[in-house]
Design a protein around this ligand. Structure first.
Ligand code: SF4
Ligand code: SF4
Length: 296
């Protein structure tokens, strides 16, 4: 009899708590907006974070709450932006030109001077911590392909000259390589902007000449040559204003160091196979943290 009473009171308590939980679930239920699921469905599903949100569903929620614009997905481009606009019931976002990544350095191994042979961990951030990196130019590409490893779309490879090559057909403009590059020398540019200053050095002309054959020496010849006033000189470095540049190529002809180039779809360098760092003439033995560098 005692057991029966205990069982009945436990069952009673269970029933009361069950009812209370059910009522609470109803009262505090959060209605999920069906548009979040629909928008997640039309986003590419790359979950690359190029939009600045944690994955595609994170962006979908942000669009629905109005904290992100309908065209915030760099991977989906205009087609996805139009479909998101439709789901949101707003005017389609005005068409924007596709942006692609560009490595703003032409100082490959054949053109830029090295101060020492680095045989430590093969990562640009790590290499840069060793006396500013092996290259004598402390503004240019370190050449260990950290950007290549970061690209979620397989749009980058290392070239034979130790500089990354970007395949514009595959580049989505997600910006992951830009985040990964410790030198800050990768930029997104409109796909039609073919004329580029492939240098980010702010050093004086004489110093640039000592360390790189294709660095900007800040001579200003390009500024005087450009018929469209599309080039400015800022802190010893030429910068092209994309809106004014019509890719006439006059600056490319006149630049004495050839740091201004007309880039092609497949970029400037010859691609080699064999993975990041192949063809660099550097040690491929076991390398890890605490690796060393050998002075030349
Ligand atoms: S090259 Fe850079 S911007 Fe282009 S897809 Fe790869 S990581 Fe993204
Ligand atoms: S991350 Fe890429 S672009 Fe930047 S220094 Fe390294 S290899 Fe060069």
């Amino acid at each position: 009899m005692v057991y029966l009473k205990a069982i009945l009171s436990l069952a009673g308590l269970g029933a009361v708590f069950g009812i209370m939980l059910g009522l609470a679930a109803r009262k505090f239920a959060v209605e999920s907006d069906p548009r979040v699921e629909k928008i997640t469905g039309v986003l590419p599903g790359a979950n690359c974070g190029g939009c600045g949100y944690p994955g595609c569903s994170g962006l979908a929620s942000a669009i629905v709450t109005g904290s992100a614009p309908v065209d915030a997905c760099p991977v989906g481009g205009q087609v996805v932006a139009d479909r998101v606009s439709e789901i949101m019931g707003v005017q389609p976002a005005p068409a924007r030109e596709r942006q692609v990544a560009k490595v703003m350095c032409g100082g490959g191994e054949d053109k830029a001077t090295s101060r020492f042979a680095y045989i430590g961990i093969r990562d640009c951030g790590a290499a840069g911590l060793v006396s500013g990196g092996p290259k004598a130019c402390t503004f240019g590409c370190l050449g260990f392909g950290t950007c290549v490893k970061a690209c979620p779309f397989g749009a980058m490879e290392m070239g034979a000259d130790g500089l990354p090559v970007i395949d514009e057909a595959k580049c989505t403009g997600c910006g992951k390589c830009i985040e990964a590059c410790p030198r800050g020398i990768i930029a997104l540019v409109p796909v039609s902007a073919r004329t580029q200053v492939l240098c980010r050095s702010h050093a004086r002309g004489a110093e640039v000449r000592k360390v790189c054959k294709v660095g900007c020496i800040g001579c200003g010849i390009c500024v005087k040559t450009c018929p469209n006033s599309a080039i400015v000189l800022e802190d010893n470095l030429a910068r092209i204003i994309p809106d004014k540049c019509d890719n006439c190529g006059k600056c490319v002809e006149k630049c004495p160091t050839r740091c201004i180039v007309m880039t092609s779809q497949r970029d400037l360098h010859t691609v080699v196979t064999g993975g990041v760092g192949a063809g660099k003439g550097l040690s491929t033995g076991t390398e890890g943290p605490g690796g060393c560098c050998v002075a030349k």
